[in-house]
Ligand binder design. Structure first.
Ligand code: 5SP
Ligand code: FE2
Length: 248
């Protein structure tokens, strides 16, 4: 595969394994398997059944995993309607990065799309409440990620970029692993990279070696991959293929 021309000066590529579709009965060993395969960190998808129509796990699971994964960065992807509520419990449990969504701080418009609150947003962001959540995450000594669902315009995160560590552009409608990658999210990624040369830009949902070139050329440098890694007989080869497009 020809090295993909990716954006100049982008920060280094990182692969985060999403364990959502792993054998949750063997979660600890699945996490170790993903780290041994070369994943840079773990992406734990927390869902509350309100923000998205699915329910997964919360801070008690993080608390159990933490001592068994020394030195591993744990990102919690908070697909929850009240992101501020879980900041302190997750920090106490040992999460290192708290990635929450903008949508709970927005006036949800009736613009079709999904029926849950992760569905389309027409704007009117409660800037102060979102900024306060960011401050609260910082006070709890975690890295800050801010995510947008597919129907949320990218410009809504611009006011927050300088105060967070990472912006997450969802490339599926949040709620489930194993969905198909949404290529039409790449203009959002490019719009962010064109403005913010050193920002960590994360893509999450359906990312595989078959579509990673699009992510690289748009400017994403943090790749969340779940099914493509978890279900592979050789996850190390998948990690290598994901990273290979970034080698100049
Ligand atoms: O947040 C989500 C889904 O809501 C993602 O983290 C997916 O769980 C990633 O899994 P794949 O789409 O790569 O299988
Ligand atoms: Fe996720």
């Amino acid at each position: 595969m020809q090295p993909q021309q990716c954006q100049p000066h982008s920060p280094p590529v990182k692969v985060a394994a999403s364990i959502l579709n792993s054998d949750l009965a063997e979660l600890h060993s699945e996490c170790n398997r993903m780290i041994s395969a070369g994943s840079d960190f773990l992406h734990l998808d927390v869902m509350d059944g309100h923000f998205v129509p699915n329910l997964t796990f919360g801070h008690p699971v993080v608390q159990c995993l933490r001592p068994k994964l020394p030195g591993v960065l744990l990102e919690v992807h908070m697909m929850v309607s009240k992101p501020r509520q879980w900041v302190q419990p997750m920090a106490s449990a040992g999460a290192n990065q708290y990635t929450f969504h903008l949508e709970p701080f927005c006036q949800i418009g009736s613009t079709g799309g999904g029926s849950d609150s992760s569905s389309p947003v027409v704007g009117n962001v409660d800037t102060e409440a979102c900024s306060e959540c960011i401050r609260h995450i910082r006070e709890n000594r975690m890295r800050v990620g801010l995510g947008i669902s597919p129907d949320t315009p990218v410009h809504l995160v611009f006011p927050f970029v300088e105060s967070v560590d990472q912006i997450l552009v969802m490339t599926v409608h949040p709620g489930f692993g194993g969905q198909s990658f949404m290529s039409d999210m790449m203009p959002k990624v490019k719009s962010l990279r064109d403005r913010y040369a050193t920002l960590d830009i994360e893509v999450d949902g359906g990312v595989t070696p078959d579509n990673v070139a699009q992510c690289a050329s748009a400017g994403a440098n943090v790749l969340v991959s779940g099914t493509a890694l978890i279900k592979s007989p050789d996850p190390a080869a998948v990690v290598a293929r994901l990273k290979s497009v970034y080698k100049s």
